[in-house]
Design a protein around this ligand. Structure first.
Ligand code: IMP
Length: 442
């Protein structure tokens, strides 16, 4: 049995709390895409752990796997592992030998390209972790894989081919000076040492074979998606996207588990009850029209702690965008959704949702394929009844029927629009504050 958890919007939907809650019944938690661009905070035993790469299950004594679809920065990996060990944990993390490695020149190129694009206002607003340049090298067949770190001679060959090309890009395309990030000798020394540690600690695996064996032994496997559907490189608002596939299909490709396996399991989309976006790109339901809207966005931002986990940037805020969720439900084939942050919307004077878009005088029920067209969409807003602030701890304890009526109506409206049942409702930041209506493992 597998459960795949996917972000339905633009990332930051609160996937961590669900992975944390339902990961408790998994034996293995697998990340299948992305890298250290994904900030998540895990609360365990009253302790808070901020992670960006290590799968959150590793904090809870599960086997955490970074699948072949991930891009791995070994500096971050070992830093996070060390921090967890210093705090008395013994995380079991395996890394796919087919996963690609983020090298220092990827980070440099990420920031250099963003700075260049910013001159014409075209920056993506990346997390600066080198994610895009690493996936570029993967697709360009010049990447360094985790398996290459294990063999110093192979690693040297790879670096000798690729590094001069990176140096040329920095110096000749961008007219900047290349530094230590393009020193083959220094890179080789540092990354061969990472390879030695990975080998010594028995951390590398053939991900597909490893997961096959674990499943054959009866283990329950959870796939932990990072980022969200609308920043998927294929299904998101290109070019304002990350460079991987957070959508459910990515779980199969990014781990080497067949789609017939992940498809027989549950695919749960995580939805935030409103919308937030970090970085650039269209957002038709954004609350930025006038001072009143900006004040409302400010309130929601404060109440929902909407500041980037990795970068600290304040997130843009908007009403729930339903066309986006129709797109996500279809693209991912959800069996259920979990709706988070329902408590954050409590006590508002007015509550709206973006029910559809208007474009060229026509009503659209889903997201247009091009970002330029999407940016031209005007939201068709619907007014729904706001719900009062209540004792959310008591609601979490009593169950779904204890939700305020207006909140239950909001969820019912959503279920009807995306033709998907609500499995769980988040009414507070940690996993205890989740109202579970259906357990995907059951
Ligand atoms: P990158 O993944 O660093 O290349 O950033 C590309 C885009 O994805 C930017 O708009 C980022 O803000 C966004 N992004 C990347 N990771 C996350 C995340 O974990 N949550 C929300 N947005 C993200």
């Amino acid at each position: 049995m597998t459960v795949t958890i996917v972000g339905s919007q633009l990332g930051d939907e609160g996937k961590g709390a669900l992975v944390d809650l339902w990961g408790g019944d998994a034996d293995v938690v697998v990340r299948y895409q992305g890298g250290d661009n994904a900030g998540h905070t895990v609360v365990e035993g009253g302790e808070e752990y901020a992670l960006s790469l290590v799968p959150s299950g590793a904090v809870r004594g599960k086997v955490g796997v970074l699948g072949n679809g991930c891009v791995v920065n070994p500096r971050t990996l070992f830093d996070e592992l060390e921090t967890l060990r210093e705090r008395g944990l013994d995380p079991d993390v395996r890394v796919a030998e087919r996963a690609h490695v983020i090298l220092p020149y990827h980070r440099r190129l990420d920031s250099v390209e963003e700075e260049t694009k910013a001159e014409s206002g075209d920056e993506v607003g990346t997390t600066g972790r080198g994610i895009g340049p690493t996936y570029e090298d993967k697709a360009g067949r010049r990447g360094v894989r985790v398996g290459d770190l294990l063999d110093p001679a192979v690693l040297r060959d790879r670096l000798e081919y690729v590094v001069p090309r990176k140096r040329a890009a920095i110096e000749e395309v961008y007219g900047l000076e290349a530094g230590e990030e393009c020193d083959v000798g220094a890179l080789h020394e540092e990354f061969a040492e990472f390879g030695r540690r990975l080998r010594e600690e028995g951390m590398t695996v053939d991900c597909s074979a490893f997961l096959h064996e674990r499943r054959a032994a009866g283990d329950a496997v959870m796939f932990e998606g990072a980022q969200g559907t609308l920043i998927d490189v294929d299904h998101g608002s290109y070019p304002y996207v990350t460079s991987s596939n957070p959508t459910a299909g990515g779980a199969a490709v990014g781990s080497g588990v067949g789609p017939t396996v992940t498809g027989r399991g549950e695919v749960v989309g995580v939805v935030k009850a409103y919308l937030s976006r970090v970085g650039e790109g269209p957002m038709p339901t954004e609350l930025d029209g006038d001072r009143r809207e900006e004040a409302l966005a400010g309130d929601i931002r404060e109440k929902g702690s909407e500041f980037g986990t990795v970068t600290g940037r304040p997130r843009r805020i908007g009403w729930l965008d339903v066309p986006m969720l129709r797109h996500a439900a279809r693209t991912n084939g959800y069996t259920g959704v979990a709706v988070n942050h329902v408590d954050v919307l409590a006590g508002l004077d007015e509550l709206r949702v973006g029910h559809a878009y208007e474009l060229d005088g026509e009503e659209l029920r889903t997201v247009p394929s091009t970002t330029e067209r999407w940016a031209e969409c005007e939201p068709v807003l619907r007014e729904l009844e706001p719900w009062p602030a209540v004792d959310w701890a008591a609601v979490a304890e009593s169950g779904y029927d204890a939700l305020p009526d207006a909140a239950a109506d909001y969820l019912e409206y959503l279920e009807a629009q995306i033709d998907t049942p609500v499995y769980a409702v988040g009414v507070g930041p940690d996993r205890e504050r989740t109202v579970v209506r259906h357990d995907p493992w059951a």
